[in-house]
Design a protein. Structure first.
Length: 416
């Protein structure tokens, strides 16, 4: 059995519940409960100081039954093989829920990107890609941005891979700059998807999006875009937290102003048109919608009783522990699970990969219209399953995903 830890175990608890309800064949269960491939690499980098530092990197390909592995690369000091494996599994279920022809993968490098210069980050990225070069490719495994990586990082991934294979290969990675084969609408897609499912959830609960109050944990690519689009739809963004602090304004934060403020080195802290807030208090604010859009394990048994929101839309991967999720469900909180709520990013990644492969690019309107339609359809498919079995949306999303992958696994049969 591959090495595993608490984050993967939490993912498995979610998986097992759905597999049990599906009466999943034990053989297929055994396949889907394990990663296909876990790779650990050491990446030596010449630092600006002249010293050599060696960084540990991971790439996990969890399952490729539906297509190439797909998933981001994360740079964070707390990255572990356990975390990357769980994230790769979540990518697998996410792609299946969205009916996009990808398996699931994830990568991570243990580093503190805030302490790396741009040159060191580039060198680390190129060496990490060189170390996993045989694993990736448009038909094998297609990385994308994740925590602390962005379009520039993806440009370096694309260039390193292209130099190795001897020609420009845009489809090896998604989330690239638009100038070099990225898709219009990709950067905003995860946040836009979070908003799309929040709108569906509000309609399902007979709530008017325009009168909702919202708290957002995390102000990176997902949280900031979701907050901006929700504010534009008329919702009131009451509080926002990032890794360094939090800010509150009961009358509604000026999200655009906050984005500009946070772009400096301070993050959201010190925003003049709001009051400082203890970041730990954000999850317990009296708001209608809570959007955890940072890291795993934020809503836990220790703080779940403080949560007062009616809707939790999981912008992050794995923000709610299984125990906390059961408590929220018991209390009637409507949780839109990560593998559905944050699937807008990989859906637009799929659009980018398609555009790269046929060499013809869509308008932003095309991307947005197709993305929103897919988010709506996926939400409704999961909701229908949840109703049919009288279960929560997370278990329903896993059931939809597992049933699709199991069907293909059976059709393909076993090799050798
Ligand atoms: N890192 C994002 C996620 O967790 C996007 C992955 C992708 O676009 O491949 O869904």
């Amino acid at each position: 059995m591959p090495e595993r830890g608490p984050i993967f175990d939490a993912m498995l608890q979610e998986f097992d519940e759905a597999a049990r309800l599906l009466k999943l064949d034990p053989g297929i269960w055994g396949i889907l409960a394990r990663p296909k491939r876990q790779v650990v690499v050491s990446c030596p980098v010449h630092m600006d100081s002249g010293a050599i530092e060696v960084f540990t990197g991971y790439r996990v390909q969890y399952n490729v039954a539906l297509g190439p592995a797909k998933g981001g690369i994360r740079y964070h000091p707390a990255v572990t093989l356990d975390e990357v494996t769980a994230l790769a599994a979540w990518m697998t279920w996410k792609c299946a829920v969205m009916q996009i022809p990808f398996g699931g993968g994830k990568g991570g490098v243990v580093c503190d990107p805030r302490r790396l210069s741009a040159r060191e980050t580039e060198a680390l990225t190129r060496r990490y890609v060189a170390e996993i070069i045989d694993l990736i490719g448009p038909e094998r495994d297609v990385p994308a941005p994740d925590v602390n990586t962005d379009a520039q990082t993806m440009a370096w991934v694309m260039d390193t891979y292209s130099m190795h294979v001897g020609h420009t290969e845009t489809a090896v990675v998604t989330g690239k700059p638009v100038e070099m084969g990225g898709s219009l609408g990709r950067r905003e897609a995860t946040g836009r998807g979070v908003v799309a499912v929040t709108r569906e959830a509000a309609a399902h609960l007979d709530l008017d999006l325009r009168s909702l109050t919202v708290a957002v944990q995390g102000f990176g690519n997902v949280g900031s875009v979701a907050a901006g689009l929700l504010a534009r739809s008329g919702a009131r963004i009451v509080a926002v937290a990032d890794s360094r602090g939090a800010v509150i304004n009961e009358a509604g934060l000026d999200v655009q102003g906050l984005i500009e403020h946070a772009a400096g080195r301070t993050g959201v802290s010190g925003f003049p048109r709001g009051a400082p807030l203890d970041p730990g208090a954000l999850l317990g604010l009296d708001v209608d919608v809570l959007i955890p859009a940072a890291l795993e394990n934020q809503i836990t048994a220790a703080n779940v009783d403080t949560v007062r929101a009616k809707i939790v839309a999981e912008g992050a991967n794995g923000p709610t522990t299984p125990e906390a999720h059961r408590a929220l469900h018991r209390r009637g909180v409507f949780v839109v699970p990560d593998i559905l709520a944050n699937a807008g990013g990989v859906t637009a990644s799929y659009f980018e990969w398609v555009q790269n492969r046929y060499g013809y690019f869509w308008t932003e309107e095309d991307v947005v219209t197709r993305l929103e339609a897919r988010m709506r359809d996926a939400f409704q498919a999961v909701l229908a399953t949840a109703r049919a079995h009288a279960i929560d949306m997370r278990t329903a999303a896993y059931m939809v995903a597992i049933a699709r992958i199991a069907a293909v696994t059976r059709l393909r049969g076993m090799y050798a």
